[in-house]
Design a protein around this ligand. Structure first.
Ligand SMILES: Nc1ncnc2c1ncn2[C@@H]1O[C@H](COP(=O)(O)OP(=O)(O)OP(=O)(O)O)[C@@H](O)[C@H]1O
Length: 252
């Protein structure tokens, strides 16, 4: 049997807030198999971003361990974890270098988690691959390969962030409300692209969303967080059967 792609064991995150100690994650145990696409729901402040920050190493777990693809990353820095993990954020401006061109950003992303010297030769050599990838976005990104990313629309920039996060396939893809800042039409298009990239490459992914429809439509598993705890965990079949109304009950 192959080892699970992500194993969080007894993860707790506590921080001091004045004289009090606040528990952000409370003894989380979560195992995600290779190829699982898990949607993550929860009220504001439930601990969803904290969970991602703990996985990526931006926030240290007070207790517990984290393994990705069989490697214990508990004490590894975010930089070391970047070899395993890609993350796409809500803000289209995060994750891309604004003054660099789309093609230069893609070239940089092919080296995620490595030390590198940037060489413009690498960009020229990969131009046809970048064009082919960018065409998948369906929003003209392929015609903007030489443009600085600061000149892109929000949708183009999020498509670029997605392509950058997956051009070198990660062991784990973290999608942190990555369509929340987009208009409904663009959000739908980026969700379609996300689903295509995840399924075509059989990626293991976690996606935080506040869109119940997206949480139900995409992925093969759904978890719900509340006050730092995983309070529900639905497999594909259970996910098919649960209604939006039932999910709404988690939001009070
Ligand atoms: N570094 C920190 N220091 C202090 N409190 C924090 C820190 N990070 C998160 N929190 C608190 O932890 C709780 C969980 O926050 P988190 O951002 O993980 O929630 P969330 O589920 O992602 O919410 P949202 O849907 O609003 O993004 C909140 O009460 C938040 O204020």
């Amino acid at each position: 049997m192959t080892e699970a792609k992500l194993v969080l064991q007894d993860i707790s995150v506590r921080i001091s807030a004045g004289s009090e100690v606040k528990t952000l994650l409370n003894n989380i145990n979560l195992t995600i198999d290779e190829g699982d696409f898990v949607t993550v729901l929860g009220t504001n402040g439930a601990g969803k971003s904290t969970l991602f920050n703990t996985i990526s190493g931006n926030l240290a777990a007070t207790e517990g361990s984290i393994r990705i693809a069989g490697v214990d990353l508990t004490r590894k820095s975010p930089e070391k974890r970047a070899k395993f993990i890609s993350r796409v954020f809500q803000d289209p401006k995060m994750g891309t270098a604004p003054r660099m061109s789309v093609a230069e950003n893609l070239a940089l992303a092919t080296h995620r988690g490595e030390r590198l010297m940037f060489q413009s030769r690498q960009v020229r050599q990969q131009m046809s691959r970048f064009k082919e990838l960018a065409q998948k976005s369906g929003n003209g990104l392929d015609l903007a390969l030489d443009k600085p990313t600061e000149q892109l629309s929000g949708g183009q920039r999020q498509a670029l962030s997605l392509l950058m996060a997956t051009i070198k396939l990660p062991e784990l893809l973290l999608l942190d409300e990555h369509t929340a800042a987009l208009d409904p039409h663009t959000s739908m298009a980026i969700m379609g692209l996300t689903n295509q990239i995840v399924t075509e490459n059989k990626l293991t992914a976690l996606m935080i969303t506040h869109q119940l429809d997206d949480a139900l439509k995409y992925g093969n598993r759904l978890i719900v967080l509340d006050q730092g705890l995983i309070v529900a965990d639905y497999n594909q079949q259970e996910k098919n059967e649960i209604t939006k109304q039932e999910l709404l009950e988690y939001f009070g």
